[in-house]
Design a binder for this molecule. Structure first.
Ligand SMILES: Cc1cc2nc3c(=O)[nH]c(=O)nc-3n(C[C@H](O)[C@H](O)[C@H](O)COP(=O)(O)O)c2cc1C
Length: 187
């Protein structure tokens, strides 16, 4: 089973990149009690995705994209069994660029499992709540537990993110819920 973690910030030097590195570091621990589960990391920034326009996303064409950036994004999402959205909170909601990346695709998301790592000055809680509404349109299965990183305490004096120790176990719990939910759906 492939769980793809998507770092949804496209800001250069973002906190998200550091949190993504932490997810990658923790991948082995987070999946240690699971069999055949792989946690991969993707940075949304690397896809350089265009906005949703009628040229890029013509109606009623499933998984057919002329734009090669979107085609590559589609392939990555389509080949994943489940997702971990690593999401900042922007203006009490999800980042527009991350939402655009989700909007670009369709059936690639449908029915799959998703969990969340939120971060911000209220642990990204409002962004995660909005994500839960958004993914319901694809009949995705969102796991209840989530990781919340509070930047009010996790940023050191140089602006570096120091992920609190307790988050390791939280992340493991979310990854395990994602894998168990996906396995249940498969059976
Ligand atoms: C456009 C914008 C809006 C933001 N709005 C919020 C907000 O509503 N709530 C919050 O807790 N943090 C907010 N922040 C602060 C972000 O949580 C913080 O800058 C975080 O580092 C952003 O993630 P990133 O660095 O990975 O892009 C906002 C930041 C930006 C850039």
């Amino acid at each position: 089973m492939k769980i793809t973690a998507i770092v949804g910030s496209v800001r250069r030097n973002s906190a998200g990149h550091q949190i993504g590195e932490w997810v990658a570091e923790q991948a082995e621990f987070a999946t240690s009690e699971l069999t055949d589960v792989q946690l991969d990391l993707q940075y949304l920034e690397d896809f350089d995705l265009p906005p949703v326009t009628s040229e890029v996303v013509p109606m009623a064409q499933d998984k057919q994209y002329d734009d090669e950036r979107v085609a590559r994004w589609s392939q990555v999402i389509d080949s994943s069994d489940a997702f971990l959205f690593v999401t900042p909170e922007y203006n009490h909601s999800v980042p527009g660029t991350f939402k655009n990346a989700v909007d670009l695709l369709g059936s690639e998301w449908v029915g799959k499992v998703v969990g969340f790592v939120g971060y911000g000055f209220t642990m990204g809680a409002r962004a995660v709540e909005h994500w839960r509404q958004i993914v319901s349109n694809f009949e995705m299965h969102d796991v209840r537990s989530q990781v919340g990183i509070d930047l009010a305490t996790a940023l050191d004096s140089d602006g570096k993110v120091v992920v609190p120790e307790g988050a390791n176990a939280q992340l493991k719990g979310v990854v395990e819920s994602i894998a168990k939910t996906a396995q249940k759906l498969e059976n």
